[in-house]
Write a protein that binds this ligand. Structure first.
Ligand code: GDP
Ligand code: IMO
Ligand code: MG
Length: 422
């Protein structure tokens, strides 16, 4: 079965981009199946750091076909910027990038609606990236969205005007109050650019490649706890971020899926609002933030930091059918005397549970923490899994026992080379 899926098990930013880049040489295709410019996937190699938002993370390997699947919401302006940056850095992407004609288009008015709806939420803001993700998926589900394929039709301009008029009406605004005029010229020139790319029915492309025996890596964005169904609703994103989303987001049948790589940090972070039981609001949280450089790749916002959360991970592992874990940013905990792990939650009625309660109740649980000794070793200098310090190995064994999934990769630095395979 030639399709493997790589997904985040927490609230995003686990290090998915780095691992896709590391594993990519063993695949023929890397395909994004959901999300859009809300994602920020960082890849570091040869002394350069690249942040990708909508372009799949296999783009630096010339032999790999990169696909933006139908499940994605695509902002042409951001896409053009990203591709321009790659061109400036000498990356030849022209031949090996394909975009689904069924992917949804993010319009300037979707971005405006994202902002307006966040403002209207007062003190229950989602903490959206304001990239227009929610409103674009709303149009998709509402069957009113514009797709990438629509830009090839002669009446695209008219469809665009109708969509904007509808958006203004639904927001109870006059067209002008959306304040999108300054962005429209740029949008249309980015659409012109998009027309020159390889737009196709990527479900046929992918299934043809599968028939030829090619191997596909499906690249998830966001994380399982941001999933529209199973995440900490309503503080979630608007797509299916779990492994199952790869089937609907690419047009690949479930029987093709083999491995599911679950990416988690050695601790936990979250950007935006919503419950986070193991969050550390004091000095320790700040220490993780500084050591892990925990500031958003897309928005630059400081990420909230806390200890690793096993009830949440168990839930994500179950939903995704994770076959192997990749533990990221272990080096960030190098200087900690003690590492804490949340094994259970204590509910308001005093009972202990290893499971995730209803999202509404998650704000009221108290994490039950177990303390393990730190390793006090500079992991960034290590090149062999076997050379990991005993206390880190004990931490890994503890996690494997609690989660019942093998850890296959330990990441000890942002660079491609700082990746230890068991
Ligand atoms: P993604 O959205 O899941 O691809 O993750 P991001 O790129 O948003 O955030 C992960 C951040 O951690 C990036 O800045 C990476 O360069 C960095 N990173 C990834 N793996 C490691 C690691 O093992 N150690 C350290 N120190 N940084 C890492
Ligand atoms: P990657 O792929 C971390 C969060 C936002 C907000 C919520 C909804 O880099 O891991 P949205 O703009 O999607 O409507 O925002 O989801 N969020 C992410 N957090 N990493 C991401 O992507 C995220 N994409 C969205 O901060 O809380
Ligand atoms: Mg990210």
């Amino acid at each position: 079965m030639p399709v493997d899926v790589l997904i985040g098990l927490q609230w995003g930013d686990e290090g998915k981009g780095k691992i896709v880049d590391v594993l990519a040489p063993t695949y023929d295709v890397v395909a994004r199946f959901q999300g859009g410019p809300n994602a920020g996937h960082t890849l570091t190699f040869d002394g350069l750091k690249h942040v990708l938002h909508q372009v799949p993370s296999g783009i630096f390997h010339p032999h790999i076909i990169n696909v933006v699947g139908n499940g994605v919401v695509l902002d042409p302006v951001v896409f053009r910027q990203e591709l321009q940056k790659l061109t400036d850095r000498g990356v030849a992407w022209g031949q090996n990038l394909y975009i689904s004609k069924k992917a949804q288009l993010i319009l300037p008015s979707h971005r405006a609606l994202d902002r307006i709806s966040e403002e209207a939420r007062g003190n229950t803001k989602i903490g959206s990236t304001l990239k227009g993700i929610g409103p674009t998926y709303q149009d998709k589900i509402g069957r009113t969205g514009l797709r990438v394929g629509h830009i090839l039709l002669p009446d695209f301009q008219k469809r665009y005007q109708e969509a904007v008029a509808r958006h203004a009406r639904e927001a109870g605004f006059h067209h002008k109050e959306l304040e999108i005029e300054p962005f429209e010229a740029d949008f249309f020139s980015a659409v012109e650019f998009l027309r020159t790319l390889q737009l196709t029915d990527t479900e046929y492309l992918l299934n043809d490649l599968l028939a030829q025996g090619k191997r596909i890596l499906a690249e998830g964005a966001q994380g399982s706890l941001l999933d529209i169904d199973f995440g900490t609703y309503p503080y979630v994103t608007s797509s299916s971020t779990i492994a199952a989303g790869a089937c609907t987001g690419l047009g690949i049948a479930p029987r093709h899926i083999d491995k599911v790589y679950g990416i988690t940090k050695a601790y936990c972070t979250r950007v935006g609002s919503g419950p986070f039981p193991t969050e550390l609001l004091g000095e320790t949280g700040e220490q993780i933030r500084q050591a892990g450089r925990e500031f958003g790749s897309t928005t630059g916002r400081p990420r909230r930091c806390g200890w690793i959360d096993l009830p949440a991970l168990r839930y994500a592992i179950m939903l995704n059918g994770v076959t192997e874990l990749h533990l990221m940013k272990a080096d960030v905990l190098d200087s900690f005397a003690e590492i804490q792990v949340c094994t259970h939650y204590r509910l308001p009625d005093g009972t202990r549970t290893p499971q995730l309660p209803d999202p509404g109740d998650l704000a009221h649980v108290v994490p039950v923490l177990q303390t393990l000794p730190g390793w006090h070793t500079d992991l960034t200098q290590l090149t062999e899994y076997n050379a990991l310090p005993a206390n880190l190995l004990a931490y890994l064994e503890f996690l494997e026992r609690e989660l019942q999934v093998p850890i296959r990769i330990v990441s000890v630095g942002p660079d491609r080379v700082s990746t230890l395979f068991q």
